[in-house]
Write a protein that binds this ligand. Structure first.
Ligand code: TTP
Length: 393
């Protein structure tokens, strides 16, 4: 079995988290990256693994070289889209049977689902959702996928879940006949009907990790299936590694701690918070349902709610995030230059790596703070801040 992992997307909707790392190398699964998780999940079954990359390919190359010297890296050339990415991958493939994986897919039970998918070739993974309108909706007839309606479907139904298995010769043939789409891309989903694939339903949770707040759903699903520990500091379980605690703290599980996390004295950590390796949380700090990446610091009098904070961010004393509008309407966010409804009543800030947030700063709901930016003391940030910007008020 040859495995091709498509990892060449721009990850623009994940900005500013993807300003410093390619999307497949963001530590979104309680500290593990999706690329590592996929390689780990297919390792036993695969005779070869090929990663197709483009965006920040140097970082991916370095990562693969260090950890998996046998994994082949292929650069996606000029042609755009997932169909093009697969074509580049297929050129480097020797095997006859090919498993294709979109690297931004999180499966709660990857191994079990792979087992089921590989039983029938050709087949694809399908996930059932209440509203198919934002996905590639599948029209199935006589147990075969006949059509993929990209963002055109309605109501409850099955969508393409981002994994498929087929014969290499069939994939090559179908991709050679694929036309370029309206947005100038070769789209793999358009090739699906010609492949006559059987849909295999996903068991357990599934997340297409495309927007920063998708990490909350991933954390929740992952904490459901891993073993927790007894929590000496409050109700619920804790996961990962026990933090170093100074003085009194109150921790409401489920909460995940990476290695070398320090909390206290007088810190309050609320459910579904994830603090990755080396995070420091000091006195009179409350963190609720937030994802804080490696070595970031919340040292004094901070409130962080429903927020995603990348690595090595420093919050000055008294700096806080707002996570709820007065009118309680869903928080809006700018993605790829467009104002969109996040669908969330509560959403705080998305903070890029190495940002420096001064004292007494307020970040309004849905605001993005760029990587390497500085926010001057006392500012109320009501708009997105660019990478590297010096934000004065
Ligand atoms: P998308 O999520 O559609 O695109 P993206 O990752 O570029 O994100 P954004 O829209 O926020 O910029 O990509 C789906 C999967 O396909 C993902 O695993 C990346 C992969 N991909 C490629 O390998 N090559 C490509 O040219 C494209 C468009 C996607």
């Amino acid at each position: 079995l040859s495995v091709i992992i498509l990892a060449a997307g721009k990850g623009e909707r994940m900005r500013p988290l993807t300003s410093t790392r390619p999307k497949p190398l963001l530590p979104v699964v309680l500290g593990e990256t999706l690329l590592d998780r996929w390689i780990r999940s297919v390792n036993e079954k695969a005779s070869e693994i090929i990663v197709v990359a483009k965006e920040k390919i140097d970082i991916i190359a370095e990562h693969l070289k260090e950890r998996y010297p046998d994994v082949k890296l292929v650069e996606q050339g000029e042609e755009k889209g997932t169909g093009a990415a697969l074509r580049y991958g297929l050129k480097a493939t020797r095997g006859d049977e090919v498993l294709v994986i979109f690297s931004d897919i999180y499966l709660q039970r990857p191994k079990e689902n792979l087992e089921r998918l590989l039983k029938e070739v050709p087949s694809l993974l399908a996930y059932e959702v209440d509203d198919v309108s934002q996905f590639g909706a599948l029209r199935v007839e006589n147990g075969i996928v006949k059509e993929v309606l990209e963002k055109k479907g309605k109501g409850r139904g099955l969508i393409f879940a981002g994994l498929m298995v087929a014969k290499k010769s069939e994939l090559v043939k179908v991709l050679d006949n694929l036309n370029i789409s309206e947005r100038g891309e070769y789209e793999l989903t358009q090739a699906i009907p010609s492949l006559e694939m059987k849909p295999v339903k996903v068991e357990g949770g599934w997340v297409d990790v495309g927007r920063p707040w998708d990490v909350f759903e991933v954390s929740k699903l992952e904490m459901e299936i891993i073993d927790g520990m007894e929590n000496p500091w409050g109700p619920g379980k804790i996961y990962g590694t026990k933090p170093k605690v100074k003085g009194d703290v109150y921790v409401e599980g489920p909460v995940f701690f990476g290695e070398d996390v320090e909390i206290g004295p007088y810190s309050h950590i609320r459910p579904y918070t994830v603090l990755l390796k080396g995070v420091k949380v000091g006195p009179f700090v409350q963190i609720k349902n937030s994802y804080v990446m490696e070595y970031s610091r919340l040292p004094h009098l901070n409130y962080i709610g429903d927020s995603v904070v990348a690595e090595d961010v420093n919050f000055g004393a008294g700096s806080i995030t707002a996570n709820l509008r007065f009118d309680e309407r869903p928080v809006k966010v700018t993605l790829k230059g467009e104002r969109v409804n996040s669908g969330r009543r509560k959403l705080g800030a998305i903070v890029g790596a190495h940002a420096r947030i001064g004292i007494n700063v307020s970040l309004m709901p849905g605001v993005k703070v760029g990587a390497y930016s500085w926010i001057y003391p006392g500012c109320v940030v009501t708009r997105d801040v660019e990478d590297g910007e010096r934000y004065k008020c």
